[in-house]
Design a binder for this molecule. Structure first.
Ligand code: KIV
Ligand code: ZN
Length: 518
């Protein structure tokens, strides 16, 4: 007999993107969406189309690009939201309208100023409208865990009657505890007579650190869809972490006889891609994807693992796609070897992409003797997805020390000419950024700057992430180099180029689609 299937609904691009520092531009969302498709999630929630033109465009683009998974777009239970969501989703191979309305008295009274009866009518009307547009309709009862249970049962029954195919029970404020949440799912199963006509879903936030435990308790109680995000990013303390939910189901299949469509060995890659895009790192001890998740420090543990890995390992690093650092290629490796290695890593590059990757590879192998899989990953996930560069870095030089003011000299190329500027600053990075501001005419304020090493050895590649505010518009940049000043300059310039690209794109969109901005 086959095992029951739990659908994995990924909301990294919607709820996840709402968390501070995690906003993504269209290209970044597309890269992440493609990886989520490879990861094998069942549903990708690509955005909240009515929220902004950018969100609308992202949902539309993901709907075009990812044809296997269901693509969901979020909307309030309001006609203008629902129709806007449908406009963004209509090109999807498998569209889903996801409409929501708060059901707790706290939200109804203080936020919506509606009675329960009015909320019921709104929800039913919203689902009916969505159903007239597409077959697959999800309804979420926002703040369900603080909703009167009788009213929640009434609401769930009514939206299923109106045509909802999925009913989601969010623990919006992360208030529930596992036994209580499991009981709530059981009560719904017992008391809602038409529940068998819909899939019961859960969506848990991590305010008490219980999002994953609550999601698992709900699955044990009968939920068959779990909403979650890569690295657990999301509003406030975040959402249930996808990798933890999936691996709990996989590792404890003895107690949890369920399967998902997720390819576990794509988990680390997905986690790293998200980190690369957002610059938001997971803590080292984060379950499954943290740097130390498989590190054995205590001597007694190391000894045990050397005897037999099962002594202290409940899953192997390989099972989630974390390969131990292995030397993969060197300076003299050719295109064929590179292509072969990429194929082994699961990347089938086009001729053009391979050519571009090879160029970056040869440049990198001039800088460092040994190329690791992490370096190749950085090449495909970063180098190949580079946005058009309005400005290119030609040279950077910085001097600093305790005895003198830091100064920098930067030369940029705008596609036609080279320009050079110098500036001083609080440190070499500050001086580099100030020189660039003079050159580009864009005044940036560094909100966040992180540097870490991504490969090992004395010639390790350092990776710099920056979050920059350009007069109220945020942008983020990332770059890697064996030289930290060079990496900092490139990361800052990456943020500048993304901003220029986004502005040009927006201007173009407005010229082509004047109605979209109305
Ligand atoms: O947390 C929440 O309630 C949500 C809903 C919109 C599903 O994100
Ligand atoms: Zn949420």
């Amino acid at each position: 007999m086959g095992q029951a299937r739990v659908s994995i609904f990924d909301t990294t691009l919607r709820d996840g993107e709402q968390s501070p520092g995690c906003s993504m531009n269209l290209d970044e969302k597309l890269r992440m969406a493609r990886q989520l498709e490879i990861l094998g999630v069942d549903v990708i929630e690509a955005g909240f189309p009515v929220a902004s033109d950018d969100d609308f465009a992202a949902v539309q683009a993901v709907a075009q690009a990812c044809r296997r998974p269901i693509i969901a777009g979020l909307c309030r239970a309001l006609p203008q939201d629902i129709t806007r969501a449908w406009e963004a989703l209509r090109g999807a191979a498998r569209p889903r309208i996801h409409t929501f309305l708060a059901t707790s008295d706290i939200h109804l009274h203080h936020k919506l100023h509606k009675t329960r009866g009015e909320a019921l009518e709104m929800a039913v009307a919203g689902v009916r409208l969505a159903k007239s547009l597409t077959q697959d309709v999800e309804f979420s009862a926002e703040d369900a865990t603080r909703t009167d249970v009788d009213f929640l049962c009434q609401m769930v029954e009514a939206v299923i009657e109106a045509g909802a195919t999925v009913v989601n029970i969010p623990d919006t404020v992360g208030y529930a505890i596992p036994s209580e949440f499991g009981d709530l799912i059981r009560v719904l199963n017992q008391r809602v007579p038409n529940l068998h006509r819909a899939v019961l879903s859960v969506h848990c936030h991590d305010d008490l650190g219980l999002a994953v435990a609550n999601s698992i308790a709900a699955v044990e109680a009968g939920a068959r869809q779990v909403e979650c995000t890569v690295n657990g990013i999301g509003e406030r303390a975040g959402n249930a972490s996808l990798e933890e939910v999936v691996m709990a189901l996989q590792v404890r299949r003895d107690r949890l006889p369920f399967e998902t469509g997720v390819l576990a060995d794509q988990i680390i890659r997905s986690s790293q891609l998200l980190t690369n895009i957002t610059g938001v790192h997971v803590q080292p001890n984060k379950a499954i994807v943290g740097r130390n998740a498989f590190a054995h420090e205590a001597g007694i543990h190391q000894h045990g693992v050397l005897q037999n890995r099962s002594t202290y390992e409940i899953m192997t690093p390989e099972s989630v796609g974390a390969r131990t650092q292995s030397l993969v290629l060197g300076k003299h490796s050719g295109r064929h070897a590179l292509d072969q290695r990429f194929k082994e890593m699961g990347f089938d590059l086009t001729k053009l992409e391979l050519e571009k990757a090879y160029k970056i590879f040869t440049k990198l192998s001039d800088q460092k003797k040994e190329i690791f899989e992490e370096d190749l990953l950085a090449i495909v996930q970063d180098g190949l997805a580079q946005i058009p560069e309005a400005w290119k870095l030609r040279a950077v030089q910085a001097t600093a020390g305790t005895m003198a003011t830091a100064t920098a000299l930067v030369t940029l190329w705008d596609g036609e000419q080279e320009f050079t500027e110098t500036a001083s600053g609080d440190g070499p990075v500050n001086a580099v950024c100030a020189s660039m501001d003079k050159l580009t005419g864009l005044k940036g304020t560094l909100l966040d700057y992180t540097v870490r090493s991504i490969t090992v050895g004395a010639d390790a590649v350092g990776e710099v992430f920056v979050h920059v505010d350009f007069g109220g518009t945020p942008s983020s940049g990332r770059a890697a180099s064996t030289d930290i000043v060079d990496a900092s300059a490139r990361a800052y310039l990456n943020a500048v180029n993304k901003l220029v690209y986004a502005r040009r794109n927006r201007d173009l969109q407005h010229q082509l689609l004047p109605a979209a901005s109305a």
